[in-house]
Design a protein around this ligand. Structure first.
Ligand code: PEP
Ligand code: MN
Length: 255
């Protein structure tokens, strides 16, 4: 999987433009949060960016049909999950801060129990969660047949100007080796917080994971959220080339 798109949707026009670009470059999925929020309610004296909300979901629907590009949408409540499901968005995603929200996990599982044709749910690892806690949360959603695990960086002691979170490749290796039934992908954007590291992290991740997720924007510095970690089109082009080479090599080796 190569899941790409903005951190959060900003408008229909910009979302469609980014979706068209990432599809042309070889993305398998489009991402774009519609229910956003920042770590503080007021950021630099302005109210936090909350995203487009429900109207964003119809934009994702349009992207799916117009570009034949399945979309990934973060959900934070049962109401949002029902909406995303009802409007046929391909993959629901439970974000890092909700990995421990058992009520949400159980509600999503109940929806899946009624409809086994659902595409898998992407479950992010909480930034402070152990691999075991992550796997426990995945079991609440129904386990490997329903879940794609996503490593997105953990809290760490060496936080400085360059890195916000620290990608735990050991955690990815652990899951791949000891729990091979799970698909595991890596979010190379939240995984460091620094766009300059994205290409190297893509290289590293593709060597063992089942895919990568990356935030892309034509003008990253104008993104209301996560600007420092979002890659521009040129860098995304390089990441997409790496992905393609990797996929071709895998196919040539028959796995
Ligand atoms: C996201 O991918 O949109 C996101 C908010 O990331 P995380 O849940 O990993 O912080
Ligand atoms: Mn983001």
């Amino acid at each position: 999987m190569l899941i790409a798109g903005p951190c959060g949707l900003q408008s229909r026009e910009s979302a469609l433009q980014i979706a068209k670009f990432v599809k042309e470059q070889g993305a398998t999925h489009f991402r774009g949060g519609v229910y956003k929020g920042q770590n503080r309610p007021i950021v630099n004296g302005k109210p936090e960016y909350k995203g487009l909300g429900d109207e964003g979901i119809s934009i994702l629907q349009e992207i799916q049909s117009k570009f034949n590009l399945p979309c990934v949408c973060d959900v934070q409540s049962e109401r949002q999950a029902e909406l995303v499901y009802g409007l046929n968005i391909a993959n629901m995603m439970v974000g890092a801060r909700n990995m421990d929200n058992l009520e949400l996990l159980r509600n999503i599982r109940a929806m899946y129990d009624l409809d086994l044709n659902f595409d898998k749910i992407i479950l992010k690892r909480g930034p402070s969660a152990t691999v075991n806690e992550w796997l426990g949360a995945a079991e609440h959603l129904g386990g490997a047949r329903r879940v794609i695990l996503c490593e997105r960086g953990t809290v760490h002691f060496d936080r400085h100007d360059y890195t916000r979170f620290r990608l735990d490749m050991l955690g990815v290796a652990e899951v791949k080796h000891y729990h091979p039934g799970y698909q595991v992908i890596v979010d190379i954007s939240h995984g460091s917080g620094d766009r300059n590291l994205a290409l190297l992290l893509a290289k590293m991740s593709l060597s063992i994971a089942d895919g990568i997720m990356v935030e892309v924007h034509p003008n990253p510095d104008t993104s209301p959220t996560d600007a420092p970690q979002i890659v521009d089109y040129e860098t995304f082009g390089k990441i997409a080339t790496l992905y393609k080479e990797h996929k071709d090599a895998r196919n040539n080796h028959g796995n």
